[in-house]
Write a protein that binds this ligand. Structure first.
Ligand code: SAH
Length: 346
């Protein structure tokens, strides 16, 4: 039977305080419960020891505490860990812990499946089943932080929204989760250590700027030629490069924060000189850096990474244009934990 009780973690602190007032209790009880739920991460009312038995019973009658469960954990030879995370309704998403010498990064999911249809991405084939709630995103971070301390002896330092899903198509919940991750009542992490990666939804990029968010933005560009981009990312027909450019200019004018462009170079798709020139031109519009990502094959070879000579041509052209460029090596490939490989395989 489906539970009629409400998920208590969907309530804001203010709503919790009002709830307690509505049952004739002091509002500060709401704050206490909020702390148990978020900064202390409890999953049962029984453990909330500063509340009376009556209050705990009352909470039990009215609410549930939905939470994720790490169902399956896989470790890669390079230290990367992939979690298959089971949600309260038995759907599964994935999150990844990526350790390097300097930092430990959590790569988290924002949707079950994805709203978009990038031809080269395994998650796109799952279609979007539902958005994750703020607590489901938050819990992925908590789980990865615990694993980082347990297996690598250090806390989590960075978070990237580069797992399953398009974060800007689940705007409200993603922002709420970041609010909790960065608040002192949550994990107290600095927003400067968070990157939200989007395929490029112009309207929502502008909204981020209007909402004065403090985290960083990455855009999966992959081509600066409209026709080519549409071929590999069909939704780009509606979210065109001129609109994207305008939104990014708006973002920069408001935030003064550089954009990171993620870019994969494929054989026969974006490996010509005109592709390189178009990228260099696009990069001049807004202060940015380019992250060339290694392609992780997901199928029978429809997409193939271009040769290292072409990648070198890209690097030289960007450097010549004074645009910072890095090449990101993939991690966790042996366990299908690398970018674009998240598709609930085990
Ligand atoms: N929807 C968001 C975040 C998830 S994808 C976005 O598009 O940015 C995270 C990154 O992985 C994106 O840059 C995406 O383009 C890239 N990616 C997708 N499939 C990939 C693959 N097979 N190999 C390498 N990177 C891939």
């Amino acid at each position: 039977m489906v539970s009629e009780k409400r998920d208590i973690r969907a309530l804001s602190k203010e709503e919790l305080r009002s709830f307690f007032e509505s049952i004739g209790e002091k509002a500060f009880r709401g704050t206490q419960v909020y702390e148990w739920l978020w900064s202390k991460g409890l999953h049962s009312f029984e453990e909330m020891t500063n509340l009376s038995k009556e209050i705990r019973a009352h909470l039990n009658e009215n609410f549930v505490i939905n939470h994720i469960k790490v169902d399956h954990l896989q470790k890669s030879a390079d230290g990367t860990i992939k979690n298959a995370v089971k949600l309260h309704d038995d759907l599964v998403v994935e999150s990844v812990l990526i350790p390097t010498k300097k930092r430990t990064t959590a790569c988290v999911s924002s949707q079950v499946g994805c709203s978009l249809d990038c031809k080269f991405c395994a998650t796109a084939r799952l279609k979007r089943m539902r958005n994750l709630n703020p607590d489901e995103i938050y819990d992925q971070v908590v789980a990865i932080d615990r694993e980082s301390r347990l297996y690598h002896d250090k806390p989590l330092t960075n978070i990237v929204f580069m797992g399953m899903g398009e974060p800007l198509m689940n705007y409200k919940n993603v922002l709420e989760s970041i609010e909790k991750i960065t608040s002192d009542e949550g994990l107290g992490m600095s927003p400067k250590r968070i990157v939200v990666s989007t395929s490029g939804v112009p309207k929502m990029i502008k909204k981020l700027a209007d909402d004065e968010v403090k985290f960083h933005l990455a855009v999966s560009l992959h081509s600066a030629i409209q026709e080519t981009r549409e071929q590999i990312m069909p939704f780009a027909k509606n979210f065109t490069l001129p609109d994207l450019r305008e939104a990014l200019e708006y973002w920069y004018s408001k935030t003064k924060r550089k954009i990171t462009y993620e870019y994969i170079v494929w054989k026969g798709i974006n490996d010509k000189w005109e592709d390189i020139e178009a990228l260099v031109t696009f990069c001049k519009y807004v202060p940015c850096k380019v992250n060339i990502i290694e392609y992780n094959p997901i199928d029978d070879g429809e997409f193939q990474q271009a040769s290292s000579t072409v990648i070198q041509d890209y690097i030289e052209a960007l450097e010549h244009g004074r645009i910072p460029v890095t090449v990101r090596r993939s991690r966790g490939k042996d366990i299908d934990a690398a970018c674009g490989q998240l598709a609930n395989k085990q």
